[in-house]
Design a protein around this ligand. Structure first.
Ligand code: RIB
Ligand code: CA
Length: 303
């Protein structure tokens, strides 16, 4: 399966990209970057650094640096750290971004691989909305869009009602759901059932000392946040769960409904069922232990 990941690395993003690199079913053909866990230029630098550590020579096309309707953006650096990789700073610049913007690269690649390309969006949806505005055939050219985002039948994580990726660009998200491609929504409804505990990172690092050791190193900051903010003994495999949903649909239960996003106000970013909109598949259940096991089994094949 041909895959592009639209990403704001970000610690769980890094885990998801490592999983994609290790998964035999996935032909990862490129990354597009977005603001979110960190500023977009840091997302791009982190993505290129990670691909270098994974030994992958793939394009990284940089995307939006601001949400629709905003003239500034400030990451919540207490979640993923000052530069997106926990306590790790001064991350080297490896290589350069692709000449095309994220939206241009997404639209061109979807056209080139018509009906075959899956895009997994694990950050705010600005680049996806931009690609739909740029090329009206983009949505139809995709095989599927898999989104890590939303909290449809459960509380949010950045506000009581909203999940962070949707919240960080509610306007773009609502535009995507108004005329969605074939879409699967992997929200907090399932991604908080796939917690990765400190002991899981220890096991990862002992079997895969380079990549597993790196993921353990950058995840300490993230684990501390989950412990302090939520009293949880583990962090959500949010983004890896979405990538796994691209190839392992039987591990998920879904319902079909249209989705509307609150664009403003106290509920901004809330993802609400709306039968007047084209249906998407919303994940409501998951084999959480199976996702955690699959993640570990695959990532420990990396050095
Ligand atoms: O709410 C979780 C999502 O927000 C994940 O994609 C995480 O990386 C952050 O971007
Ligand atoms: Ca992310």
């Amino acid at each position: 399966m041909k895959l592009i990941i639209d990403t704001d690395p970000g610690i769980d993003d890094a885990m998801a990209i490592a999983y994609a690199a290790a998964a035999p079913e996935i032909d990862l053909i490129g990354l597009t970057t977005i603001f979110g866990n960190t500023h977009v230029h840091q997302s791009s630098r982190n993505a290129r650094y990670l691909l270098h550590r994974l030994g992958l020579d793939l394009p990284v096309a940089e995307g939006a640096h601001l949400p629709y309707g905003a003239d500034t953006y400030q990451p919540s650096d207490f979640v993923h750290g000052p530069e997106g990789f926990g306590d790790l700073t001064d991350i080297p610049q490896i290589g350069a971004n692709h000449d095309l913007s994220a939206a241009e690269y997404l639209a061109e690649t979807a056209r080139q691989h018509k009906g075959e390309l899956v895009v997994c969006a694990i950050g705010p949806l600005t680049n996806i909305a931009d690609a739909m505005r740029l090329d009206p055939e983009f949505a139809g050219n995709l095989k599927r869009l898999v989104i890590m985002g939303g909290a449809v039948y459960c509380p949010g994580n950045i506000t009581a009602q909203a999940e962070a990726n949707i919240y960080h660009d509610a306007l773009a998200a609502d535009e995507v759901f108004a005329t969605p491609p074939e879409t699967v929504l992997v929200g907090l409804d399932v991604t908080l059932k796939t917690l990765y505990a400190p002991g899981d990172f220890e096991a990862l690092a002992s079997i895969s000392p380079d990549m597993g050791g790196f993921l353990r190193q950058i995840s300490q900051f993230y684990l501390n946040f989950y412990k302090q903010a939520g009293g949880l003994d583990g962090c959500g495999l949010h983004d890896s769960t979405a990538v796994i949903a691209c190839t392992h649909e039987p591990m998920f239960e879904t319902v079909e409904t249209g989705i509307r996003v609150d664009r403003h106000g106290d509920g901004m970013g809330a993802t609400r069922p709306d039968t007047s909109r084209p249906p998407v598949r919303v994940c409501t259940g998951v084999d959480g232990a199976g996702v955690v096991r699959l993640f570990t089994d695959r990532v420990t094949t990396l050095r």
